[in-house]
Design a protein around this ligand. Structure first.
Ligand code: 5AD
Length: 360
């Protein structure tokens, strides 16, 4: 069994993708020796592709209003206890300014699905950020929009877009979302974003309600085919004011196993050690990096906003998780042998892929 698992890991490390049953077997095992083998192979790929560098992104949570009612999420429309706020353009620019001074060169603007942030409002903000700091990347994470709207964001200068697919299995998607949200529409958005030219991030929660190892295998298969530039994964964490309040949090070890498999499957992908991972374990983020993650996204939101952007209970937003805590973050990273990378940290194709682009 152990030998079989190591063979699967070796095949992934060689660039093979696996069959669903093989992913499932790998995800299901919990043999410490196999897991350590997997993490060390993932680290080897991470060090080959990026050295010991970790990329920083400054997360600005621009609105906690949301018209969607995702059953897992604390800022869902149906949560009457949620505290709502939105930042205006000047406040967002002030967050960027602070972030720029702290060394951030990527700003991630994330919100619930808030109609206030219309096409014109978003494009206006993106243009202001890009004209003021032309050495910075702007990432948007604003949910499902029409292709036209995504095109307008791209023309305004947005570089990247994060939209987790949440689960690759349509029936499972249906159990996490109300009927007015459709799996095919989510997937359509991801394809649109990629075709338009964004660096695109997909992703999912580990241990979300009703999830099976087969579903996770389908997630891996979807990601191996879609080839996103970024993949955000983190454990599901319950929120007291949601229909999923009684479900247990997603397991740490399984999240790490999935991160490591993803590092082998998509060697150049930007993989954050997410806030959710840091929130379930005091060393979650460092463990994520040692399993192959290469991005951290400290919070640049104003203090008053942070506690209101409550996607799940006990969400971290202070200490090394806060942008102001970059010194602490540097120390924590140094403790495991890693450093913060300079610059925007764009996704880069491999040398041979660059070659094939220029000749075709
Ligand atoms: N636990 C963990 N992650 C969550 N998200 C939303 N709610 C939760 C939760 N309860 C994640 C979703 C979403 C991203 C912004 O946050 O995957 O895409």
């Amino acid at each position: 069994m152990r030998k079989q698992m190591k063979t699967l890991i070796d095949r992934l490390a060689r660039g093979d993708s696996l069959r669903p049953a093989e992913y499932e077997a790998l995800i299901a095992q919990s043999d410490p020796e196999v897991m350590e083998y997997l993490f060390s192979r993932a680290r080897k790929v991470q060090l080959r592709e990026f050295g010991n560098k970790v990329f920083l992104r400054g997360l600005i949570e621009i609105s906690s209003y949301c018209t969607n009612d995702c059953y897992y999420c604390g800022i869902r429309a149906g949560n009457a206890n949620a505290r709502r706020y939105r930042l205006d353009a000047d406040q967002i620019l002030a967050c960027c300014e602070r972030g720029y001074d702290l060394g951030f060169r990527t700003f991630v603007l994330q919100a619930g699905d808030d109609p206030f942030f219309s096409r014109d409002v978003v494009c206006g903000i993106v243009r202001r950020i890009k004209s003021r700091w032309n050495d910075c990347a702007v990432t948007l994470s604003l949910g499902e929009k029409s292709r036209d709207e995504y095109e307008a964001y791209f023309e305004a200068g947005a570089d990247r877009y994060l939209l987790r697919h949440e689960t690759a299995n349509p029936a499972h998607y249906g159990r996490l979302h109300p009927d007015d949200m459709a799996h095919e529409s989510r997937i359509r958005c991801l394809h649109d974003l990629k075709e338009i030219g964004f660096q695109v991030g997909a992703g999912f929660m580990v241990g979300s309600p009703f999830q099976t190892d087969r579903h996770l295998a389908e997630d891996l298969q979807f990601l191996a085919e879609f080839k996103p530039h970024m993949v955000g994964i983190g454990p599901f964490i319950r929120h007291q004011d949601t229909p999923f309040r009684d479900f247990p949090s997603g397991p740490l070890q399984k999240t790490l196993v999935l991160l490591a498999i993803l590092r082998l499957l998509l060697p150049r992908a930007m993989l954050p050690a997410t806030t959710a991972l840091g929130s379930i374990d005091p060393h979650g983020r460092e463990k994520g990096i040692l399993a192959g993650a290469n991005v951290v996204m400290p919070n640049l939101s104003p203090d008053e906003a942070r506690e209101k952007y409550s996607l799940y209970d006990n969400k971290l937003s202070t200490g090394a998780e806060a942008a102001g805590g970059t010194r602490l973050l540097r120390e924590k990273l140094a403790g495991i042998g890693y450093e913060i990378a300079d610059g925007r940290g764009d996704w880069q194709p491999r040398a041979k892929e660059i070659g094939s682009c220029t000749t075709s």
